[in-house]
Write a protein that binds this ligand. Structure first.
Ligand SMILES: Nc1nc2c(c(=O)[nH]1)N[C@H]1C(S)=C(S)[C@@H](COP(=O)(O)O)O[C@H]1N2
Ligand SMILES: [Mo]
Length: 221
C-alpha cells in the first residue's frame, strides 16, 4: 500500500536515488549559453536585444480604423477585414524568435493577434491553392507556400509585448511567420492572396531565396 510508511520510504528513496544520479550526470542541464545559442540561433545569425526597423523606407500611415485587408484568390469565402472584424476573431497569443536575413535574431517576441489557422478556417482555401502572396500598404509583397502559413506559430499580429504594434514595425497589422526569415513577415498587410502558381515578391525577384528557411540558411536564391 502506498501509504504504508515503509513503502513510502522506499518510493522516496528511489526518487532521491534517481535525482542524485541525474545530478551526477548533469541531466536536464541546458548547458552554458554557448550550447543553448548554438541550438537556438540559426547559422550565421547573432542575437540582438534591440529591435531594428527594416523596410523600403516608406512607413504608410494606416490608422487602425482605416485599415482594411482583403483576403481572396483561391478560397471558398473571400473576406475583407477591418479593425473591428480582426478584433472580433478569436485572439491568439504567441512568443517567438525573429530571424532577419541581415543576420540579427531577436528572441522571445510576444505577439497578439489572430492566428494564421483561424484565418484559414474562415476563408477555407480551395484544393488548388498552394501559395500565398501578401501585399502591403507600402507596395511591398512577399510569397510563401501555403503549408508554411498553415502552422501553429503564424499570426496576423496587432500587438507586440502587450502594446499596439507601432507604425515602424508594421502597425496596425502585420504578418508574423517565425520559421522563415523576417522579410516573409509583411508589415502593414493589405492583401492576402491564395494562388495555384507561385508569385515571387519584392525581395524574391531581387535575389533573395524563394523560401527563406533560416535553419537551412536560405538567404539568397
Ligand atoms: N510591408 C513591408 N513589410 C516588410 C518589409 C517592407 O519593406 N515592407 N520589409 C521586410 C524585411 S526585409 C524585414 S527584415 C522585416 C523587418 O521588420 P521590422 O522592421 O519590424 O524589424 O519586415 C519585412 N516586412
Ligand atoms: Mo530583412
Amino acid at each position: 500500500m502506498a501509504d504504508d510508511p515503509d513503502t513510502t520510504g522506499q518510493l522516496k528513496q528511489k526518487l532521491i536515488d534517481t535525482k542524485e544520479k541525474w545530478a551526477r550526470e548533469g541531466r536536464l542541464l541546458t548547458g552554458g549559453t554557448e550550447w543553448r545559442q548554438r541550438r537556438r540561433l540559426p547559422p550565421g545569425q547573432r542575437e540582438v536585444k534591440n529591435w531594428p526597423v527594416l523596410d523600403l523606407g516608406v512607413h504608410p500611415n494606416v490608422p487602425a480604423k482605416e485599415w482594411e485587408m482583403k483576403v481572396g484568390g483561391l478560397v471558398e469565402r473571400p473576406v475583407t477585414w477591418r479593425w473591428d472584424d480582426l478584433k472580433a476573431q478569436p485572439q491568439f497569443s504567441h512568443v517567438s524568435d525573429i530571424h532577419c536575413v541581415t543576420a540579427w535574431s531577436r528572441y522571445d517576441n510576444r505577439w497578439d493577434g489572430v492566428s494564421g489557422r483561424q484565418l484559414l478556417s474562415v476563408v477555407r482555401p480551395k484544393r488548388e491553392a498552394r501559395f500565398i502572396v501578401f501585399k502591403s500598404y507600402d507596395g511591398y509583397s512577399t510569397n510563401v507556400p501555403l503549408e508554411h502559413f498553415d502552422d501553429d506559430d503564424v499570426l496576423l499580429a496587432h500587438s507586440w509585448e502587450g502594446q499596439p504594434l507601432s507604425r515602424d514595425h508594421g502597425g496596425p497589422v502585420r504578418v508574423v511567420i517565425p520559421k522563415l526569415y523576417f522579410w516573409k513577415s509583411a508589415k502593414w498587410v493589405r492583401h492576402i492572396w491564395f494562388t495555384d502558381k507561385d508569385a515571387p515578391g519584392f525581395w524574391e525577384v531581387r535575389g533573395y531565396h524563394n523560401l527563406g528557411d533560416p535553419w537551412k540558411e536560405q538567404r539568397y536564391g
